[in-house]
Design a protein around this ligand. Structure first.
Ligand SMILES: NC(=O)C1=CN([C@@H]2O[C@H](COP(=O)(O)OP(=O)(O)OC[C@H]3O[C@@H](n4cnc5c(N)ncnc54)[C@H](O)[C@@H]3O)[C@@H](O)[C@H]2O)C=CC1
Ligand SMILES: O=C([O-])CC(=O)C(=O)O
Length: 336
């Protein structure tokens, strides 16, 4: 018989939580960690929503990262953990990754998840404000365009808001953009870099195809095809899964890639740059996704968009219109 989700996470957690390890295994783990990091202590990371479609592969991939010395997994699945253990899961963390909440079904927009996920994100962020106010937060739960403003308002209310430490995860849009553009160019996706700005839903996902590296050009038809494919990537997966949820393994891959960049930044590595949805002055909107430089303090620098072509300028106006509504909806949820 297949183990239940609760059993699976309990087993996974038993392997991962150092408090559940035998002494011998624990010191082996410490030695391995020290070797991997040249003696540095490593970072403490919590995943909130760890039993889910994203959370399970994310936990395993995260555990493989030598920058991580302690990994806490938290969820509310039946019979395991739950809200009374949230504080223990969060205390002392350097990085908190949040893939908690319901995913879409066919016919739904990400905004249709607001009613359920807004409350989940609020509760989790209240826990972060109390137990690890200095942690970096990677927010995955949809609708990201609204959940990041919700998190910001919760942190402001608690008096601990540091805009540099709150990052909405848009890395999956970049992973998709790199993949689809590489297909058209006949390259390996790892050799391609497509900036994706704006937000994380439909027209707010704005790939800047005029800024692709290596430099290249596209016909108007290719531009239209690629932009739509990137914007609708999530919906394509939701339809293919036909009611069984949205992207999970690809999101776990993207989340681990993004978290790794955040940890390298925290460690003090130079020149770490990634796209993320952050507190921003790049446009007139209070939140916007663009390239950011990740450092010891989080998103230490938010880069301007650079030169846009006419197609991108039109796309930017559409993106901003929808984003303004989504941001306001998130802010009002906390301020009401
Ligand atoms: N930012 C992005 O690019 C992407 C975001 N997502 C979003 O990620 C979220 C999760 O997706 P899946 O893992 O596929 O969903 P899932 O339903 O498989 O897993 C969600 C997990 O969250 C847990 N959870 C619910 N309430 C919680 C709470 N209060 N505290 C802690 N855990 C809680 C559930 O028990 C479940 O294990 C969805 O909102 C989805 O839309 C999904 C893919 C990409
Ligand atoms: O589409 C969804 O609902 C999940 C998601 O954000 C994505 O895959 O980009």
């Amino acid at each position: 018989m297949q183990p239940s989700t609760a059993e699976r996470i309990a087993r996974l957690s038993a392997h991962i939580s150092p408090s559940n390890l035998q002494m011998g295994e624990s010191s082996m783990l410490e030695r391995a960690n020290c070797r991997a990091k040249g003696g540095a202590p490593g970072f403490k990371v919590a995943i909130l929503g760890a039993a889910g479609g994203i959370g399970q592969p994310l936990a395993m991939l995260m555990k493989m990262n030598p920058l991580v010395s302690v990994l806490h997994l938290y969820d509310v699945v039946r019979g395991f953990l739950g809200q009374k253990e949230l504080e223990a899961a969060l205390t002392g963390m350097d990085l908190v990754v949040i893939p908690a909440g319901v995913p879409r079904k066919p016919g739904m927009t990400r905004d249709d998840l607001f009613n359920i996920n807004a409350g989940i994100v609020r509760t989790l962020c209240e826990g972060i404000a109390k137990c690890c106010p200095n942690a970096l937060v990677n927010l995955i739960s949809n609708p990201v365009n609204s959940t990041v403003p919700i998190a910001a308002e919760v942190f402001k209310k608690a008096g601990i808001y540091d805009p540099k430490k709150l990052l909405g995860v848009t890395m999956l849009d970049v992973v998709r953009a790199n993949t689809f553009v590489a297909e058209v160019l006949g390259l390996d996706p790892r050799e391609v870099d497509v900036p994706v700005v704006g937000g994380h839903a439909g027209v707010t996902i704005l790939p800047l195809l005029s800024q692709v590296k290596p430099p290249c050009s596209f016909t108007p038809e290719e531009t239209e095809f690629l932009t739509k494919r990137i914007q609708d990537g999530g919906t394509e997966v939701v339809q293919a899964k036909a009611g069984a949820g949205s992207a999970t393994l690809s999101m776990a891959y993207a989340a681990v890639k993004f978290a790794d960049l955040c940890l390298r930044g925290l460690r003090g590595d130079a020149g770490i740059v990634a796209c993320a949805y952050v507190d921003s002055k790049v446009t007139e909107l209070p939140f916007f996704a663009s390239k950011v430089r990740l450092g010891r303090g989080g998103a230490e620098e938010v880069y301007q968009l650079g030169p846009l072509n006419e197609y991108e300028r039109v796309g930017l106006e559409k993106a901003k219109q929808e984003l303004a509504t989504s941001i306001q909806k998130g802010v009002s949820f906390i301020k009401k």
